[in-house]
Write a protein that binds this ligand. Structure first.
Ligand code: ATP
Length: 564
């Protein structure tokens, strides 16, 4: 049991280190930067660099193509970000879009009440405290070593969690613990509970139950906190002119329902899709871009006849789960989370979240909810406009029900980045032709191999599809030909021209960018090694590292076959 725990701990450490490497690669290669970095950054906001914005664009294009363009029953919309404030009253966001929040009395940090314990378990002070128990039996509180605890409180604890009562006044916590041990000497307490117990016990004095994940200080009681960013429309900053940055794109769709029914010649069942920015003043932005304050959503509201909700919900869950595989996320890392009845919003009849295995745990990418007629009915009530739909065939009038698949672009981008990251040992010219192999942690590559990081994006989603290199930069005929090939390709695919540094280094840079193909213009291309090879290039496959000669005129078709 103790072994299992230490191997679990080691796995968690490796995953955290993996996440650090992914974040570093994102900065190094220009996928994602911290927003306003030159001013020290701003928490919860991110900028996508040259590769990141191509990646995001490819995600959105793939979604738009599959959800809108390839279907007869879905049309698109691009609504404004700031809408009439009544929209948010009708939707329930003004009154209800609230998360209970706790604030630390010492360091003033805010935490979502339902996420405090997760944050504590992730914190450095908790990890350090847990180390004290590493060698002890798993199940018994009696094994607490109070001398070690005291030593921790005076040393590491002081540094990592100065606000913790155990640190501020260790005697109180220790006597509290002794009392607990005395009272129930036989009652075992498993290690995770023991830590929780220890951290909460200290606040028995003040009646508060959770310490601050950041400094260990006392948290306030949970208070309601509205997640919408507000602003003012026009010159006068008063309540009358208050407006909101949309916290979801969906309401733009509901507010335009009548416009679209009247203009798009669609009959129920049909859908309206929208991609756009959404803003939430998240209390605790975390896990890189996973929980941001500004993000993009891809939402579909699919309107159906009342009574057909369940079958359409099932249909969209299947469609959406399959879609993730088409952009390269493996089924083995995707899971549906099916809401229990008691977890559903009062108006919803079903909800399934699509979860992905991130290095920091399995987390939501998309929610697919059957929301009944809640949204349209609310807008009917608040706007006074009838949202009823007249069914030509059955001559019935009804408010359509809606099934809503709602996905986050940034979370999908992060999932793709995490999934694509591989550390490998790749053959050098000494071992040319050998297959690359997974790198072994902490070991050097064998002779003839070198380490490489490769982003194995599905070609469909890769930011750059093909990189073009002249073998040498200082041979004008090579450069001229390479530019010609580059111009041939760039009109059809996102292509990149690079003549800087040794060819091996240029390959490595493209491996980190996740470019599926590298095309090199060499002396064979110029016909200097015989007429047969004239106007052929070396095409290198990112994953297998296989190189083959391909005629320039065949390149577009060869690449298109793989990336489309
Ligand atoms: P969570 O429970 O993680 O806060 P949610 O259930 O509130 O998410 P929805 O309101 O269903 O999220 O939003 C739909 C999608 O929008 C989510 O599945 C997610 O992909 C994305 N999303 C929501 N909040 C954020 C955020 N703060 N940062 C990035 N993406 C987000």
């Amino acid at each position: 049991m103790a072994d299992k725990n230490s191997s679990q701990k080691a796995a968690e450490k490796t995953q955290a280190a993996l996440m650090d490497k992914i974040v570093a690669l994102c900065k190094r290669r220009g996928f994602i930067f911290q927003s306003s970095e030159i001013y020290g950054g701003i928490n919860g906001f991110w900028d996508y660099g040259p590769l990141g914005c191509e990646l995001k664009r490819n995600i959105k294009d793939a979604w738009w193509r599959d959800v809108v363009l390839m279907r007869d029953d879905v049309v698109g919309l691009d609504a404004s970000i700031i809408m009439h404030p009544k929209v948010w009253e009708a939707s329930g966001h003004v009154g209800g879009f609230q998360d209970p929040m706790q604030t630390c009395r010492q360091c003033r940090r805010h935490f979502r009440a339902d996420q405090v314990w997760d944050a504590i378990v992730d914190s450095d002070w908790h990890a350090s405290l847990a180390e004290l128990f590493a060698g002890l039996p798993e199940t018994n509180l009696l094994s607490v070593d109070s001398a070690a605890l005291m030593k921790w409180a005076m040393g590491k604890g002081k540094k990592l969690a100065p606000g913790l009562a155990l640190v501020r006044d260790p005697q109180i916590t220790l006597s509290w613990l002794a009392e607990r041990v005395q009272k129930e000497p036989q009652k075992p307490l498993p290690k995770p509970d023991m830590l929780r117990y220890l951290a909460t016990a200290q606040f028995a004095q003040t009646g508060l139950v959770t310490p601050c994940p950041n400094c260990g200080g006392e948290l306030t009681e949970p208070r309601q906190f509205n997640l919408m960013f507000d602003t003012y429309v026009g010159a006068v900053h008063d309540e009358e002119n208050k407006a909101y940055l949309r916290p979801e794109t969906a309401q733009g769709i509901f507010a335009n329902f009548l416009n679209i029914v009247n203009t798009a010649r669609q009959k129920v069942p049909f859908g309206i899709a929208q991609i756009g920015k959404a803003f939430r003043n998240e209390i605790n932005p975390r896990n890189f871009t996973f929980r941001s304050r500004e993000f993009e959503q891809m939402e579909l509201e699919f309107f159906v006849k009342p009574g057909t909700d369940a079958q359409w919900h099932e249909y969209w869950v299947k469609e959406r789960m399959k879609w993730y595989e088409t952009i390269g996320l493996p089924a083995s890392k995707l899971k549906p989370y099916i809401y229990k009845k008691e977890e559903l919003a009062h108006y919803a009849s079903a909800c399934v979240d699509v979860y992905f295995d991130f290095p920091f745990g399995s987390q939501e990418l998309e929610g697919i909810a059957a929301r009944g007629d809640f949204d349209l009915s609310q807008h009917q009530q608040h706007s006074g406009k009838s949202m009823e739909y007249f069914d030509d065939e059955t001559k019935e009038k009804y408010i359509p029900h809606v099934v809503e698949p709602s996905a986050g672009v940034d979370r999908i981008a992060l999932a793709l980045l995490c999934n694509a990251y591989f550390e490998e040992w790749a053959p050098t010219s000494e071992a040319a032709g050998a297959a690359p192999m997974p790198a072994e942690h902490g070991k050097q590559p064998p002779k003839g191999f070198e380490s490489r990081v490769v982003m194995r994006f599905a070609p469909r989603i890769a930011p750059i599809k093909v990189a073009v290199f002249p073998l040498l930069k200082n041979r004008p005929p090579l450069v001229e030909k390479a530019k010609e090939v580059f111009h041939l390709l760039r009109g059809r695919f996102s292509a990149f021209y690079d003549d800087g540094g040794a060819i091996g280094r240029r390959y490595r840079r493209q491996d980190e960018a996740g470019t599926p193909f590298g095309v090199t213009i060499d002396f064979e291309t110029l016909g200097e090694k015989g007429p047969d090879l004239k106007d052929t290039v070396t095409m290198r496959d990112r994953d297998t590292l296989k190189q083959e000669r391909v005629a320039i005129k065949e390149l577009p078709a060869r690449i298109a076959e793989v990336v489309r």
